[in-house]
Design a protein around this ligand. Structure first.
Ligand code: CDP
Length: 273
């Protein structure tokens, strides 16, 4: 990957977006049979899978908390997810991303409902193109809802950065690698910020504006997360409703069977007599 000569030409970024535009996002809910909740997100060129297990018994036992559930979050980048093969297994970066992602989600989870239990979140980055921690948080939030974990609401995350001296929303890889700043933010659906990090430098005015832009991005992402969940459960409700409608159409047959049985009984009685 080489550094582009300029990141913004006539107000348009190298991938055709305006500065305050997010990348296209598709969300699929409930993609894994063996997890309690799961979600697959494509966000621009990022491809991220999240799985949630729990609430379940804590292992090792000494990690149990007597009054609340513990939340564990493991962010992992597949070796093939990045340009240069990544050495498999945890590293400094993945430990940091796991920690901040857990802290971004924990405030919305009613952990007090599940003492001595654990809620385990796994995020697997299959293809990375900048902003994977924010995409991981978005996927994990939807997967937690899919697992039926009681929550105060969803968490949505989005990054803002600076390229060519201008603030841009939702950085893609070239902007992230060669840009002047990168600021991921996560917030609850009621607007509380649960993650705020920053690489690079912004002036106080730029910082204020960047927060506003990130919050706008989060609001848009929240709508997409919400719609994906509605879509998933609407399907379930529709298929569940079908069998309820069928018996109403054939009440006559039920009566016929009863009558026939009654007749048979009578004729049997007559025969035996
Ligand atoms: O992904 P995010 O922006 O949340 O985190 P980052 O640490 O700022 O990483 C930015 C991007 O660098 C990732 O999304 C990957 O595309 C890339 N990267 C990579 O190519 N190889 C790595 N070992 C780590 C990150």
């Amino acid at each position: 990957m080489t550094k582009p000569e300029s990141f913004i030409t006539n107000g348009i970024r190298i991938d055709g977006r305006k500065p305050e535009e997010i990348r296209p996002i598709t969300i699929e809910v409930g993609v894994l049979d063996r997890a309690d909740g799961s979600c697959y997100i494509e966000h621009g060129l990022n491809k991220v899978l999240a799985a949630v297990y729990g609430p379940r018994e804590v292992h090792p036992r000494h990690m149990q908390k007597p009054t609340t559930a513990i939340v564990r979050f493991r962010y992992n980048m597949a070796s093939f997810s990045v340009e240069e093969r990544k050495r498999p297994g945890p590293d400094r970066r993945s430990v940091e991303v796991s920690k901040v992602s857990r802290e971004a989600l924990e405030p919305v989870i009613f952990t007090e409902y599940f003492p001595k239990s654990s809620i385990d979140v796994f995020v697997e980055v299959l293809q990375a193109d900048a902003g994977t921690r924010t995409v991981g948080i978005n996927a994990a939030s939807v997967a937690l809802a899919d697992a039926g974990i009681p929550m105060r609401g969803l968490v949505s995350a989005c990054a803002v950065g600076k390229v060519d001296g201008e603030l841009v929303l939702d950085l893609m890889k070239e902007e992230d690698n060669y840009g002047e700043a990168d600021m991921p933010l996560a917030m609850t659906q009621t607007g509380e910020i649960t993650l705020l990090q920053m690489d690079g430098n912004l002036t106080p005015e730029e910082f204020e504006k960047a927060i506003e832009m990130a919050q706008e991005g989060c609001k848009r992402i929240y709508e997409i997360q919400r719609n994906a969940l509605i879509e998933r459960y609407k399907r379930d409700i529709e298929t569940e409703e079908e069998p309820l409608e069928t018996p109403e159409e054939e009440p006559v047959e039920v009566e016929t069977v009863v009558e026939n049985e009654a007749e048979e009984e009578t004729s049997e009685e007559v025969e035996s007599e």
